[in-house]
Design a protein around this ligand. Sequence first.
Ligand code: HEM
Length: 143
Amino acid sequence: MQNQIYTPPEGPPQLSAPLLYEKISLDCLYEMAWIQYQALGTSRIADLFPLEEAELKAASEKQAEFLCGIMGGPKVYLVKHGPPRMRARHIPFAIDEAARQEWLRCFRLAFDQCGQLGLDKPDQLLLLNWIELFSAWMVNRAG
Ligand code: HEM
């Protein structure tokens, strides 16, 4: 039973801030994602992520490109990798609530190290609120 797929009852949450990207840049997102992924690489869920630095870096770039599109920027992820289907792409990895919390810890750490991307408080809260909801949508195992 432990490995059975769990689906949260709600659909994927949308980020209702279509112009957030105008206030930042793709380079900031690459930098933040790389900091996060390096933290993930030494976290309690490190076994989910590639060991090889080049692969870890490539994985972080995908995340930055996905976020860019979500924030109303160029759809780099879509062009390079096709429809996001994020929940489906995460299904091969066993993600429970504890894994989500560890992932969020690494995200917040990177967000803080990047000076909250220079966003003002309302935009910071918008993004953090969305990432919390969206990460819940990635949970696929009951913890
Ligand atoms: C809930 C906790 C999460 C965990 C444990 C997790 C874990 C993972 C893992 C293990 C991968 C595969 C890395 C690789 O080897 O390429 C991955 C890919 C990815 N994740 Fe997450 N993730 C989580 C949440 C999120 C969230 C909230 C986002 C959105 C910002 C996200 C965006 C991505 C993207 C864009 C990819 C690349 C998908 C692909 O093209 O294959 N993840 N994630």
